[in-house]
Design a protein around this ligand. Structure first.
Ligand SMILES: NC(=O)c1ccc[n+]([C@@H]2O[C@H](COP(=O)([O-])OP(=O)(O)OC[C@H]3O[C@@H](n4cnc5c(N)ncnc54)[C@H](O)[C@@H]3O)[C@@H](O)[C@H]2O)c1
Length: 256
């Protein structure tokens, strides 16, 4: 299939880009002509992405998005390599223990908030000054950022807070022509979702757990990470030139 390079000449930053949804975003961005700086925690996976997609298109830096100074240095390293960013994808995230609020641990609640909310805040704080006017920022929130799900309070609270962050940032950055949106995926086939599905269904087998969840999705299946990447490409590119402040739901009808 012929690929139309939607991001030719653009530079992107993707956090949590070494696996799952983030990795598919990096692959699709590179296939569309972008240079991509990937920040994440897992160094062997970060190096594998760079090796597989090519050093002339991908750079990387290991940093925890909750560590403001380490993240700021990692963000600057990408701009030093490729020049100012056109696209920021704040995507790093973790799952949570599936349990009612009375059995959730406060330390884990705080950790989940730190990774998703403080992490996205740090990413926007240090990356948006390096974004060229007219750029695009995407935060990977979730259907859990728009609706409640029992027994996942840390994750649901964190994903809602990311929407609040986006709704502030798009107003602050509009004068520079920078668009800010959240992508709100439903269940998507990744290790993170496998962990949540196994806990919430009680099935130890990830495929069986996924099938049980998929039965509650009108289209009858999970998103693939590649399908989510396609929606991020839409938000990142000129295909969505006037789209800002929106929550783009990609969920097979799950939220309904
Ligand atoms: N899979 C789903 O069903 C689903 C649905 C909606 C939203 N999401 C969101 O999509 C995003 C990507 O998740 P995924 O499903 O691809 O899972 P994943 O576990 O494959 O990817 C998460 C990535 O974030 C990185 N990461 C985690 N904590 C980090 C930290 N403190 N600092 C830097 N990097 C860190 C991990 O190393 C990993 O590469 C997450 O924000 C998740 O909440 C996922």
């Amino acid at each position: 299939m012929e690929t139309h390079a939607q991001l030719a000449g653009k530079t992107a930053l993707v956090t949590g880009g070494e696996s799952g949804i983030g990795r598919s975003i990096v692959e699709l961005f590179v296939a569309n002509g972008a240079k991509v700086h990937v920040i994440g925690l897992n160094e062997p996976q970060l190096d594998e992405v760079r090796r597989e997609l090519g050093h002339d298109s991908v750079s990387n830096a290991a940093a925890d998005v909750t560590d403001e100074h380490a993240l700021a240095d990692a963000i600057t390293a990408g701009a030093d390599r490729w020049g100012n960013y056109d696209i920021i994808v704040s995507n790093a995230g973790i799952g949570c223990t599936v349990a009612p609020i009375e059995r959730q641990h406060s330390a884990e609640f705080l950790k989940v908030l730190h990774v998703h909310v403080l992490g996205a805040f740090h990413t926007l704080k240090h990356a948006t000054p390096l974004v060229a006017d007219g750029g695009s920022v995407v935060i990977t929130s979730s259907t859990a950022g728009l609706s409640g799900y029992a027994e996942t309070a840390p994750y649901v609270a964190a994903k809602h807070a990311q929407v609040g962050l986006m709704r502030t940032a798009y107003k602050e950055l509009a004068s520079r022509g920078i668009r800010v949106n959240t992508l709100n995926p439903g269940p998507t086939q990744t290790a993170l979702q496998d962990g949540i599905a196994k806990q919430s269904t009680g099935h130890a087998d990830a495929a069986v757990a996924a099938q049980a969840i998929a039965e509650g999705i009108p289209l009858g299946r999970y998103n693939t990470p590649e399908e989510i990447a396609g929606s991020v490409l839409y938000l990142a590119s000129d295909l969505s030139k006037t789209v800002t402040g929106t929550t783009l739901v990609v969920d097979g009808g799950f939220l309904g």
